[in-house]
Each structure stands twice: as C-alpha cells, then as structure tokens.
Design a protein around this ligand. Structure first.
Ligand SMILES: Nc1ncnc2c1ncn2[C@@H]1O[C@H](COP(=O)(O)OP(=O)(O)OP(=O)(O)O)[C@@H](O)[C@H]1O
Ligand SMILES: [Mg+2]
Length: 354
C-alpha cells in the first residue's frame, strides 16, 4: 500500500516567531520549509514527519499511527540529538543549525538560509563549468566542512549532489543531515534509512559493516565522479556483485589531471580500507597528490578493456608512479587550492535563540 502523503503546514502559518513562506521539499522523512523569522529574515525549517509512522490529517498537529509510537519516539529522539550535535558545528561550509524545538507533536530544526542552487542543478544545467579548477577548489572547501563534522564524531551518510548547495558566492554548503549518525560512537546503524543508490558506500548496503569517515569519503568520490560524468557511478550494491564502473582515470583521462582522477578512483574503492581513511588524507591527495596509490592490478582484471582503455591506464600508472616519487609534481597547471583548515575545533557561538 502506498504511504499517505504528509500534509505540510499551510502558507502563512505561524510557528513562534516564524512564518511559513513555502515548502522547499517534502520527503519520506521530513518536510522542509522556507520560513521568515520576524527579526532574522528567511530561514529553512525541517519538520520531522516520517511517512508511514506519522501523519498530519487536519490542523497542525502530527499524529502517530497506531502501533508506531515506539518507532516515532526513537526517530524523534534521534532527530533532536542530532540537531543538538549539529548546532555545535559552526563552519562556513556546513549548514548552520540555529535552533531546534518540539511543537505540534513533533520536532523542528531551524537552519540559516543560504542563497544558491544545488550541485545537482549545476550538474544538469552547467556541467561545462565544473572543470578541474572548480572541482579542486570546491571540494577542498566542502571537505573542510566535512572534517569539522567528523571531528564532532558525526557522519553525514547521505552526501550527494542534491545535498550540496553552491552558494551565490560559489562556496559549497553541506546540507541535509537527515541520515546523520553518531556512528563514530555507535557503529551499529540506529535505524534503517533509505540509501541513495550510486552514492551510498558498500558498507551502508551491507548493514553490519563498520561505518566511518571512509563511508562519507566514498560518497564524496561518487559526487565528484557525478560532476565529471553527469550521472552517478553504478550502485555499490551492484558493484560488489560485478563491477562495471569505468574508473575515472580511464574514462575522463582527456579532461582532468591523472592525480585528480586517481584520487576519485581511490575514494571509490569497494574495500573501505583501500580508501582514504580520513578527510585530511583526502584533502592532501586533492591538494598535491600526496598518498594517492598507483592503481592496483585488480582493477585491470575486472572488465574487458579496449585498446584506448589500456593506453589511458598505462599513462595513468606511469604518471601516478611519477607522482608517488615526487608528490609535488602537478601535471596540469592549477590555481592554488584553498588552504586546508587546521585540526582545531572552532569556538561554538551562541545560537540565535539561546
Ligand atoms: N540552509 C538552506 N539554505 C537554502 N536552501 C536550503 C537549505 N537547506 C535546504 N535547502 C533547500 O531545500 C532542499 C531540501 O533540503 P534537504 O536536502 O535538507 O531536505 P530533503 O532532502 O527533503 O530531506 P530528507 O531527505 O531529510 O527528508 C535542498 O535541496 C535545498 O534546495
Ligand atoms: Mg536532501
């Protein structure tokens, strides 16, 4: 039976100091609104409203479906816990959670509004602009934000172009922590989540494998791959059965530097241990190729290769060999990437409503 669509709060509805302007998106887990704060202007507000567990039939109250109160309570607690954890992350490349509270029988997360378009939109509308210089600068900045999230012992677990905003100033903003987990503390997934095919790492599909920074790193690799290809790589669920992924270092050899391409392939390794183990390691690789391994032979054996594939692969192997001897040799002249931020945590500013 199809799940009953959840009814959003109506336009002009008042939620404390906030007024609903419009619905931005309505997913299976939440409804996201653009709301205007009386004093602070536009904000994005996420309402916890999991379909199949709860519904809004009339008025503004959320009702829990019969027999689902345990699930709803657990989800609500998790929503509030993660909002509390995210509220402590204060970084220009991570959406700012300014407040969270309970109302209408559910919970709300209030985030700072940033003007821009999603990276998904850029891939569809302006992929030609996503060249090497853009990708390096953009993802190094995004990774600064992700590193801050990991320092808080949180994992995002749903990184994909639709959850990355390109601000009008070109700055990346990591959005949608709906699947966020304190997985660094609790290796067990707390609840079943819907995975995004193509971006979710194999260990997320497996369900019982340890999740860690390497899990978000797989999704970052898939996101960069999508910028290059215009579509995501094949689902990891399929890849573990038969890997049909055309390595970036083969497929895009004529468009991007071998170091960038090998870094993407490194992130997309099926074996979690074969990927960069930390965001910092990935940033070093993106910055100057440090640590990027030469492609293992297993990759060459997985699929049938055309003469052109072989040529590209040999060229990549030679260049990554050169690279590992002298990590500072960049084969394509690049503008200087943005600095990798230091390891220290940032001071936590008081939130708007405290
Ligand atoms: N802080 C923000 N500033 C501007 N736009 C935002 C912001 N947060 C979200 N959006 C817009 O709202 C859309 C939906 O947000 P988000 O990805 O958080 O929710 P969702 O995917 O619907 O949620 P979920 O998967 O958790 O149910 C985004 O793609 C983006 O366009
Ligand atoms: Mg989203």
């Amino acid at each position: 039976m199809a799940l009953q669509a959840n009814r959003p709060l109506p336009d002009s509805y008042r939620l404390g100091d906030l007024t609903v302007e419009k619905v931005l998106s309505s997913g299976g887990f939440s409804i996201v609104y653009l709301m205007r704060d009386d004093n602070w202007g536009p904000h994005v507000v996420k309402e916890f409203l999991p379909a199949g567990i709860s519904q809004r039939t009339s008025g503004d109250q959320v009702e829990v479906l019969t027999g689902r109160s345990g699930l709803f309570a657990r989800g609500l607690r998790s929503f509030m816990d993660e909002a509390a954890a995210l509220a402590k992350v204060d970084h220009p490349n991570v959406v700012r959670v300014e407040d969270f509270f309970r109302a209408n029988g559910t919970a709300y997360m209030v985030m700072r509004h940033v003007r821009g378009r999603s990276l998904q939109f850029q891939i569809h509308a302006q992929r030609a602009r996503l060249d090497e210089a853009f990708l390096r600068t953009f993802f190094l900045r995004l990774l600064n934000g992700l590193r801050e999230v990991h320092l808080r012992r949180l994992l995002h677990l749903d990184i994909k172009p639709a959850n990355v905003l390109v601000g009008v100033d070109g700055q990346p903003l990591l959005l949608d922590f709906g699947a966020v987990r304190s997985a660094l503390d609790q290796p067990e997934p707390q609840a079943k989540t819907v995975l995004t095919e193509g971006f979710a790492a194999p260990e997320q599909h497996a369900g019982d494998a340890a999740l860690g920074p390497w899990t978000d790193i797989y999704a970052v690799g898939a996101t960069i791959y999508s910028c290059m290809a215009g579509h995501p790589p094949p689902s990891a669920r399929e890849r573990v059965k038969q890997d049909r992924l055309a390595p970036a270092s083969v497929r895009f050899a004529s468009k991007f530097s071998p170091v960038l391409l090998s870094t993407v392939d490194w992130c997309l390794e099926l074996d979690p241990l074969a990927r960069p183990q930390s965001v910092y390691a990935l940033q070093r690789a993106l910055q100057d190729g440090t640590g990027v391994p030469a492609r293992p032979l297993a990759h060459l054996q997985r699929r049938r290769w055309s003469l052109r594939d072989w040529f590209c692969q040999v060229r990549t192997l030679v260049s990554s060999g050169v690279h590992s001897v002298n990590a500072r040799v960049a084969r394509t002249p690049q503008p200087p990437p943005p600095p990798v931020s230091d390891h220290g945590t940032h001071a936590i500013k008081p939130t708007r409503r405290q």
